[in-house]
Design a protein around this ligand. Structure first.
Ligand code: NAD
Ligand code: DAU
Length: 359
């Protein structure tokens, strides 16, 4: 019989958001958790050092597309829920090589759903009611907003524009179908841009911080007036925790921080914080390093989340403001330069060359 102490099976728990989810879980619920992660370039077990030896924590290196492995984990650990975060997540990489995004995000989600369905169908009726498949998705499935458009609601049509967004939209559709067709108790969250400690320095904030600290040009795609709705990653982790407990099967919840910023404003704020924290830096004022480069093809102009449903039905609200969250983030990167150096060796340099050399 499943209980509140039955484990969670988390996929992608060594990634940016996944590792914050795992850390938050052990700081709050503290019940057992199995973390299945392939450890691609984006996965990093260092993020999880503080929980690695906790009773109840199990790490399994493996691929979500390995049905036999996933079946074995479900059979052995008898989880009460699956929290599915594993994905390829960087838009620029999806433009250079979309195949991996379809394989992992679409086929991988299909394998997880089929394994979950087989496991769930064998459960007692009372356990079937308890079980949840929480699918972690993105606001990019809704496409791009114009200035003045209302923020994304859960009922908006999907209009994905990048291969990444299309692969996530496809995975969301599969989750919907597995609920409608088979009754699998799924919950979907669509979240806006996350930032915070331990984010791989290919995404805007850590990339800019890392380059600014070293006095390197800060690449601003196009005119820099694209708008993103930033949420501190710890707030997303907390939202996933409550969505797991209070989310209704078959429902979708938009998660966001009511915090729309242009990229120019975001980078300017980061530079101002670096000026403050590094008064002796020869690179001050860091904003001088901002450099316009060729735009991202198909670049979405604006994302904005209406998080009313999550606030009303889950009782969730972000704890951090952009100001407090950015301060924590900049401080963390300054205090953890060894982490950054480790993840930016070898393959990272090749990525920087591939994505930025021709811009
Ligand atoms: P990330 O790229 O930092 O981490 C992804 C993790 O998944 C890594 O640990 C990687 O090793 C693992 N992984 C990749 N392919 C795998 C496979 N085939 N099998 C097992 N593990 C695999 O991603 P993130 O930014 O932490 O995003 C996590 C999830 O949240 C994704 O589904 C993403 O679409 C979604 N999301 C991200 C954001 C954001 O701003 N980063 C916002 C909304 C939603
Ligand atoms: O909205 C949620 C999504 O946010 C997640 O689903 C994705 O996994 C995550 O990567 C993120 O997508 P974005 O494309 O918005 O994030 P990124 O950090 O790549 O870029 C943020 C903005 O900054 C975007 O408008 C592009 C711009 N940018 C990005 C980079 C890497 C630049 O101007 N220069 C850069 O070098």
């Amino acid at each position: 019989m499943l209980t509140k102490d039955s484990p969670l099976l988390v996929t992608g728990g060594a990634g940016f958001i996944g590792s914050h989810f795992v850390l938050d879980w052990f700081a709050t619920a503290g019940t057992p958790l199995v973390n299945l992660d392939k450890l691609t370039y984006a996965g990093n077990l260092r993020n999880l050092g503080s929980v690695a030896h906790k009773p109840g924590y199990t790490f399994v290196r493996g691929d979500i597309r390995d049905r036999e492995l996933v079946d074995g984990l479900l059979h052995t650990h008898r989880p009460r829920a699956i929290v599915h975060l594993a994905a390829e997540s960087h838009v620029d990489r999806s433009l250079m090589g979309p195949g991996e995004f379809l394989d992992t995000n679409v086929h991988g989600t299909f394998v997880m759903l089929e394994a979950a369905r087989a496991y769930w169908q064998e459960l007692e009726a009372v356990d079937q009611e308890q079980f949840r498949f929480l699918h972690v998705s993105t606001d990019e499935v809704y496409g791009s907003l114009k200035p003045g458009d209302a923020p994304f609601e859960e009922t908006f049509a999907f209009r994905p524009n990048s291969p990444y967004a299309a692969s996530k939209a496809a995975s969301d559709m599969l989750v919907r179908a597995w609920h409608k067709s088979y009754g699998l108790p799924t919950v979907v969250t669509n979240c806006s841009n996350n930032y915070g400690p331990m984010q791989f320095p290919e995404k805007l904030l850590p990339l800019v911080l890392n380059r600014a600290i070293h006095g390197e040009p800060l690449p601003i795609y196009g005119d820099g007036m694209q708008v993103r709705d930033w949420l501190y990653v710890g707030d997303h982790a907390a939202a996933l925790r409550v969505a797991l407990e209070r989310g209704k099967p078959g429902e979708t919840y938009n998660i966001g921080g009511w915090n729309e910023q242009t990229n120019l404003d975001t980078v300017t704020m980061l530079c101002a914080l670096l000026d403050e924290f590094l008064p002796d830096s020869p690179h001050r004022p860091h904003a001088r390093l901002m450099t316009s480069v060729a735009d991202r093809p198909g670049h979405d102009r604006r994302y904005a989340i209406n998080a009313t449903k999550a606030e009303r039905e889950l009782g969730w609200r972000p704890a951090e403001t952009f100001e407090t969250g950015l301060r924590k983030t900049v401080r963390w990167y300054l205090d953890n330069q060894a982490w950054v150096e480790e993840v930016t060796s070898g393959a990272y340099r090749e990525w920087m060359e591939t994505n930025y050399a021709g811009r």
